[in-house]
Design a protein around this ligand. Sequence first.
Ligand code: BT5
Length: 325
Amino acid sequence: MTSRLSQIFEEHPGQCISGEAISQQLGLTRAAVWKQVRTLRSQGYEIEGARGEGYRLLGRPDQILKDDLFSRLSGNGLFGSFEYFPVTDSTNARAMELAERGSLHGTLVCADAQTAGRGRLGRKWVSPPAINLYLTMILRPPIEPFLAPQLTLVAAIALAQGVEDVTGLSCKLKWPNDLYIGGRKAAGILAEMAADPDCVRHVAIGIGLNVNGLDSDFPDDLRGKATSLRIESGKRHFRVDVLVAFLNRFSVAYREFLSGGFLALQPEWNRRSLLEGKRVLLRQRTEAEWGAALGVDDEGVLIFRKDGVTRSEKVHSGEIIEFER
Ligand code: BT5
C-alpha cells in the first residue's frame, strides 16, 4: 500500500496533493493515509505536510524496497521473490545456496554491500556499500546446459538497454560479460550454473553495476579503468530506477531468447560491441594471441581471426585481456 502512495507522489512531482485526493485514490480513510505517510517517512521518504493539509514529496531514499520495486515491474511475472541483504559475502553465493534449497525461478537476490564479491576465474568484484547495484537472478531455464553461457550475453544486452533507458548514455559490450561506458568498465556479469547432463537445474546470473560512485570511491588499481553512471552522466541516479529498467528489459529479452535463441538478440549485441573489427589479445586456456574480433555469431560465440591467418575461428570461452582503443 505504501508503494501505491509513493507512486501517487511520483506521478505529481513537486506538487502538494490533498489528503482527500489521496484517500479517494487509495480507498482509505484520512487517518489511514496519515499512517501510510508515517510509514514512508520511516523508510526515508521526505514528505512535507501534515494531517488535514496536503502532502508534498521532497525526496525519496536511494534504497531498493521490495514493494516499490515490484509495483514498477512490467507484468509478465518473471520475477516473484526478493531477498535483500544489507551486507553479504556475495549475492551469487547466496543465490546458489538458495537455489539448491529450492528457491523459485525468478527469485532476485540483492545486497547493499558485498564483502567477497566475485568476478570470473576467482577474481574479486569491488563492492562498497550504498552506491552500487549488486544483484543476482535465480533462473531455471528450460534449456540444455551448453546454451546457458548465452544467458550472460542476454543479461548484458538488457543491462545496456536498461542503463540507456535511464541515463541516455551509450553503452558498449565487451565479450563476454562486461559493460563499458566512455571506454571504461561500469559493470560485470557472472553466471554460475548447476546442471545435470542434459538439463539446467538453475543458473545464478550476477550483475555488479557501478551507479553513484566517484573516481575517489575506486581503489587505486581500478581508478582510470572503472567508471560509474554518475561519473559518465554527471548526475546521481536512483538505484531502483536502473534496476527496474534492467529487469523490465531482461524479461523481454529472456522471452525472446527462449522462443528464438540468441539469433533474435544478436543484432542488439553487435551494434554495441566494443571490440567489433578491433585487434584484441585473446587468452584461451593458458595461451594469449593477437588477432581481430569479428563480432559474435547467432550462438553468442566470438568470431576471432588470428593475426597472419586467413580463416576465422569460433571462440566459445576465453578472455580479451587487451584491446586496441
Ligand atoms: C566480472 O568479472 O566482471 C563479473 C562481476 C560480477 C559481479 C557481480 S556483483 C553481484 C554478483 N555477486 C557476486 O559475487 N558477483 C556478481 P571479471 O570479468 O572477472 O572482472 C573482474 C575484474 O573487474 C577485476 O579483476 C577488476 O579488474 C575489475 N573490477 C573489480 N571490481 C570492479 C568494479 N566495481 N567496477 C569495475 N571494475 C571492477
